[in-house]
Design a protein. Structure first.
Length: 446
């Protein structure tokens, strides 16, 4: 009898505990849903970007080419935004509002023809322990991000970063891609143009945009590459920052598409169209160039030259000290051999790359030239992921690319506060006198 009573008491306690946990989960679910709706309401409180209808460049899908095209009838303005990191939950609501305010303020002042989101659009991870939003619903957070551009009336497309699809996120990469590719969206240009069905974790955000000259000829290609998230999608890889990189199947696809487009453009003589490439996690050549320059006091080497910006992140390495470069450091290979992307598409391959720009390392802004190809970081927007980053502003902003008729182009890092004159005290006081990690910045770059 006593054993039966004890067993019954144990089951009763267990059911109470399960009920309490289920209640907490339901409360968080409803709270985060309400917070998401409130954030979208905040987005809609802004006026849309004002474009002159007669001067607006409207992208079109070219069935013959199989890609979206943009015609540079005048200077084409492309804004790169990276690491927006919308948490999408109750813990990050204030920081998310700050991010929305800053992003929309930049959009309204710059009036870009196209925005390229360079990954980590969302940060739907547990909070506040990991500075996350307090929700695991990455799809809901992605819809918060999409609302910004749909409401503002700005054409956009995206690559994904590692945080867009965490191991514990509700939505995998394929289904998240469908959210961005929803036919009901008016301003999303995203199309998943390649996803290897045989891969264990197929990448999704691989896309080519064709930039045409005023006469209809092809002037430039914009290549978006998915650097994927973590090498096997496990909790262990996530917690140990074992980042993935561009897969060989993606590289083959990109090469074949670029060669096919070059033939259609009539380049001849084995030449290829020139390409600007955007991805989230930096490829190994970023690290190789950094090491060469660091060891040479940032004076030019045979392959590398410093252009501008800083490195402000760290990791242990054989150069001593605590010097961080945030690229592909999950393998025992030399950084430049971690993938075959640069070897295949760069000067030693089909020679299509003019520049690559990435995000991922939120306080890095360095731009270098490696073997003739520009490798750069874009300014980031993050207000959530790094401790105290919301109080610092030297790294926050966007990168604006100007493409001219004929294929010439230029870029400019534009700071949210210094260039766009966004107030530094709207949500909290922003520091512009020092980097987030001032002791880690190499002494040469400034």
């Amino acid at each position: 009898m006593k054993k039966t009573k004890k067993k019954g008491s144990f089951i009763k306690v267990l059911l109470i505990i399960i009920g309490i946990l289920a209640g907490i989960f339901l409360i968080l679910l409803l709270t985060n849903w309400g917070v998401s709706l409130a954030l979208r309401h905040y987005v809609r409180s802004f006026e849309p970007v004002e474009y002159a209808d007669t001067d607006r460049i409207v992208p079109e899908y070219d069935e013959a080419l199989g890609h979206y095209t943009v015609t540079a009838e005048r200077d084409l303005k492309i804004m790169m935004l990276t690491d927006i990191h919308i948490g999408g939950g109750c813990w990050s609501f204030r920081n998310d509002k700050k991010t929305v305010f800053e992003v929309i303020s930049m959009l309204r002042k710059e009036k870009p023809d196209l925005v390229i989101l360079c990954g980590d659009n969302t940060f739907a991870v547990p909070g506040p322990l990991f500075n996350g939003g307090g929700t695991l619903n990455n799809n809901m957070a992605a819809k918060d991000v999409i609302e910004i551009f749909e409401h503002e009336g700005v054409y956009f497309t995206t690559v994904f970063g590692n945080h867009d699809t965490e191991a514990f996120g509700y939505t995998d990469r394929i289904h998240l891609g469908r959210t961005y590719q929803n036919s009901k969206l008016k301003y999303s240009l995203f199309r998943s143009e390649f996803s290897d069905p045989e891969a264990d974790r197929p990448s999704v955000t691989n896309q080519i945009l064709v930039v045409k000259n005023a006469d209809g000829s092809i002037g430039k290609l914009i290549l978006l590459m998915d650097t994927n998230d973590y090498i096997d999608g496990s909790f262990s890889s996530t917690l140990n920052w074992r980042y993935d990189t561009i897969h060989e199947s993606q590289i083959r696809w990109a090469k074949e598409e670029i060669l096919a487009l070059s033939r259609k453009a009539g380049t001849g003589n084995g030449e290829t169209l020139k390409t600007l490439c955007f991805f989230h996690i930096p490829i190994g050549e970023y690290e190789t160039a950094y090491r060469e320059l660091f060891l040479n006091d940032f004076q030019d080497t045979e392959n590398s030259s410093y252009i501008e910006g800083v490195w402000d992140e760290k990791i242990d390495d054989e150069m001593g000290g605590r010097i961080w470069f945030g690229g592909c450091h999950h393998t025992d290979q030399k950084p430049e051999h971690a993938d075959g992307f640069f070897e295949t598409l760069g000067p030693d391959g089909i020679d299509t790359l003019e520049a690559c720009f990435c995000g991922h390392d939120h306080v890095n802004s360095a731009v270098v030239r490696y073997k003739g190809v520009i490798l750069g970081y874009g300014l980031s927007v993050d207000n959530n992921a790094y401790d105290d980053i919301r109080y610092h502003g030297l790294q926050r902003g966007c990168t604006v690319f100007t493409l001219k008729d004929g294929g010439d182009w230029s870029y400019q890092h534009k700071n949210a506060y210094l260039d766009y004159e966004i107030p530094t005290d709207t949500f909290n006081s922003i520091r512009l006198d020092t980097h987030l990690y001032p002791d880690w910045v190499p002494s040469k770059p400034n």
